[in-house]
Design a protein around this ligand. Structure first.
Ligand SMILES: Nc1ncnc2c1ncn2[C@@H]1O[C@H](COP(=O)(O)OP(=O)(O)OP(=O)(O)O)[C@@H](O)[C@H]1O
Ligand SMILES: [Zn+2]
Length: 728
């Protein structure tokens, strides 16, 4: 930013960043009479059209023959903290700055006036001509309250025309309804829980960090059911008392009905909810309430990180280890890491909560960069579930079955005791692979290097990567043998079939993201499970985390080895996390719980660490392994995915890029090799991996490399992923 000038006057210039995939701000002339400052939201011409942009810098030159800014929008300028965040995220991820701005920029307000909802009120004398319908409407409106027209019509079982006629007769007055409250102030003392001694200590430390109003990161590590939520609510309460705003980031906001209820029980109102399904005017109003500082607590998905908080006093990242925090398309940022950045920019404390923290966060805590607070016990003296392994090499289910004898017995015992069981299998659909018994033909996605997953309930074969759907035919498309297709391996739907056969009297349900009826129904079913309406739940990772099912006392993991063989450097960590989360669903209520994990490899270090009940053992071993391999957080990693319409195009560009790598000391460029998903949505993909020592400035290196390297031509695209989480 220029030092001398704080505003661009008529005749001067400004650099305007446009929320599109452009890295540079463009210079425009400021027309006479207009005075612009940094952060102002303006309209500018771009090619043949007009577009919105933000004044990023005040230029020093004269307008000359530059295009002119067309006008200034009547909306608050972008906050300097948010501009800083945009700059930082763009620098770190190598995404185009304009694309990052698109995450942070509010759309200019819709100018069409919002049609207020109309209400009617009993205000005058009864009409000269009375009818039964009119009488009902008048009776329903007694008391003189303002009632929405449609609600009154429904309450009185009359048509809207009847109400209108009473308005015409002067019996009812018509008035605009007050707007639905979007930001009612939460009450920090609405329903304070009685905290245990350990909880109270941690809560006090968190509240103190809020009071200190300074940047500081705390890892809140507590076993499943220890009351992490309850405890960080105390930090939120403190922020509310100070009149400041809190952001609670959650990995899957759409499924957090239980969380919202808990928040309401604690603070008397719902938090402001921010996610992609909040649209239109509601979205605008919430943004305005956040910018105005009235919305005190926002619970949101990762995009809530880019909202224009007026006075952010606390950021909580719940389940900080979750992979869902990493955005893979467009700007590929990790919301947990960027939350820490925003905390720093805002001088606000950040709480990272998890029962199974990421290795990165653990190492930061161990090295003293983060404060480490622990809740080592479950609340109310409850025990963590006892864990046992089932050796599938000995206790082998018959062909086409997946539940071992030991697990069947445990479920039977649970059914007799009227307690709930959860069978966990992280595979959607009926079967991961379909093949022809006669010729061996396998059903593959035409657009991706992936098998089509049999979804029997939907009667379709589906690609989980691109969404391609086809009908399951009756004969093999290759050899035309009728009825020769066979399903290989289990998915949750198939497991549910087995459950129905084994336990016909049990009330069972399958829960996965394929659940018919969408998120709303799914929420209801999760509630129903919590209320004990099902005996057996078959589910994917969707049911593994965050939920509180008090009657659940048994968790059976169908395939504990799944995920350990993927070759992903994070495979061990992920498996450890998901297994600890899912087994943590057992025994959260009055009765103790247990979990059985089926495996072909009972001596695998991840499993023995889990069984030992000593997570430190796992973290120590995994930390040592990562350190030895120079993997994050001990080194830095980036992936470059080079894709093109043909294999040849992608490969030749990837090779040319590799040749120009010119890696200095401390930098290693690996590849190109075919990406594990070699074809995705019809695009051929090659991958280069950049691995550097921790002290290397990875971003600077990548930038200089991409600048001197060959420029992508034709269909070729290069996608940069700093800190890749998924190695597909
Ligand atoms: N001090 C308390 N008073 C009353 N109930 C509590 C208290 N602490 C925790 N609980 C209850 O214990 C259960 C588990 O608490 P909570 O969900 O906060 O744990 P968590 O550590 O977030 O669990 P997870 O990591 O498994 O999601 C909840 O039903 C919660 O209401
Ligand atoms: Zn596909």
């Amino acid at each position: 930013m220029s030092d001398e000038q704080t505003s661009g006057e008529g005749g001067g210039t400004v650099d305007v960043l446009i929320p599109l995939g452009l890295d540079q701000a463009y210079s425009y002339a400021v027309p006479p009479g207009l005075s612009l400052k940094v952060g102002d939201v303006v309209q500018v011409p771009l090619g043949p059209r007009e577009t919105v942009g933000v004044v990023w810098e005040i230029g020093s030159g004269r307008g000359g023959n530059l295009k002119r800014v067309s006008g200034l929008y009547d909306m608050p300028p972008l906050d300097p903290a948010l501009m800083k965040l945009v700059d930082w995220v763009a620098w770190y991820t190598l995404a185009a700055k304009g694309s990052v701005l698109a995450l942070a920029l509010r759309r200019p307000p819709d100018d069409t006036p919002e049609r207020p909802k109309l209400g009617v009120r009993l205000a005058g004398a009864p009409p000269a001509r009375m009818t039964p319908a009119r009488a009902r409407a008048i009776t329903a409106a007694e008391g003189g309250l303002l009632i929405a027209k449609s609600a009154l019509a429904e309450a009185a079982s009359v048509s809207a025309a009847v109400i209108d006629s009473l308005v015409d007769a002067g019996t009812f007055s018509i008035e605009p309804m007050p707007r639905e409250q979007i930001a009612t102030a939460p009450d920090p003392d609405y329903a304070k829980p009685e905290l245990s001694e350990g909880q109270a200590e941690v809560a006090a430390a968190l509240a103190a960090s809020v009071k200190a109003a300074a940047y500081n990161v705390t890892l809140l590590e507590g076993v499943t059911g220890s009351g992490k939520t309850e405890v960080y609510f105390e930090a939120v309460a403190e922020a509310i008392r100070l009149g400041r705003q809190s952001l609670i980031l959650m990995p899957e906001i759409a499924l957090t009905a239980q969380f919202i209820d808990r928040f309401e029980a604690r603070f008397g109102v719902k938090p402001g909810l921010w996610h992609s399904a909040v649209t239109g005017r509601k979205r605008e109003r919430l943004q305005a309430a956040i910018a105005g500082g009235e919305a005190k607590v926002v619970a949101g998905a990762r995009s809530a990180l880019f909202l224009p908080y007026k006075d952010l006093g606390l950021i909580v990242v719940d389940e900080e280890h979750e992979a869902a925090y990493k955005q893979e398309d467009g700007v590929s940022y990790h919301a947990r890491d960027m939350a820490v950045v925003r905390g720093k920019i805002e001088s606000a404390p950040v709480i990272l909560a998890s029962a199974t923290p990421s290795l990165e966060t653990r190492v930061n805590a161990e090295r003293g960069r983060y404060t480490h607070l622990k809740l080592p016990e479950r609340f109310g003296g409850r025990e963590l579930p006892g864990l046992g392994l089932v050796d599938l090499r000995r206790d082998k289910p018959e062909r086409g079955r997946w539940i071992s004898g030991a697990l069947v017995k445990a479920i039977e015992t649970n059914l007799e005791a009227k307690e709930q069981s959860l069978l966990f299998l992280n595979r959607r659909g009926y079967a991961p692979l379909t093949l022809c018994r006669d010729c061996g033909h396998r059903f593959q996605c035409p657009n991706c290097t992936a098998w089509l997953v049999d979804h029997r309930f939907r009667r379709a074969l589906v690609c989980h990567h691109c969404g391609h759907v086809e009908r399951r035919p009756h004969e093999c498309p290759a050899c035309h043998t009728p009825e020769s297709l066979t399903a290989c391996g289990p998915g949750v739907e198939r497991l549910a079939e087995e459950v129905a056969t084994l336990f016909p009297q049990a009330r069972s349900i399958v829960l996965s993201s394929d659940f018919p009826g969408g998120t709303e129904r799914l929420k209801q079913e999760l509630m129903a499970v919590a209320q004990g309406e099902f005996d057996i739940v078959v589910g994917t990772q969707l049911v593994a985390k965050g939920h509180n099912f008090p009657g659940m006392t048994l968790v059976g993991v169908i395939d504990a080895d799944l995920g350990l063989t993927s070759g992903d450097p994070r495979a061990a960590e992920r498996t450890f996390q998901v297994l600890r989360q899912v087994t943590g669903r057992a025994g959260r209520g009055e009765k103790p719980g247990r979990a059985l994990l089926q495996t072909h490899d009972p001596s695998h270090p991840v499993l023995t660490a889990l069984i030992s009940g000593d997570p430190e053992r796992f973290y120590a071993a995994e930390t040592a392994a990562r350190e030895a391999a120079g993997l994050p957080p001990f080194g830095r990693l980036a992936a470059l995915i080079v894709s093109g319409n043909t294999q040849a195009e992608a490969e030749s560009h990837a090779r040319a890029l590799a040749r120009s790598a010119d890696a200095p000391a401390g930098v290693m460029v690996l590849g190109p090799a075919e990406a594990p998903l070699a074809v995705l949505r019809g695009r051929h993909r090659m991958r280069l991996i950049v691995k550097t020592a921790r002290e290397v400035n990875l971003q600077d290196y990548l930038r200089s490399w991409l600048k001197r390297g060959p420029k992508p031509k034709g269909s070729v695209r290069v996608q940069v992923d700093v800190d890749p989480q998924s190695f597909l």
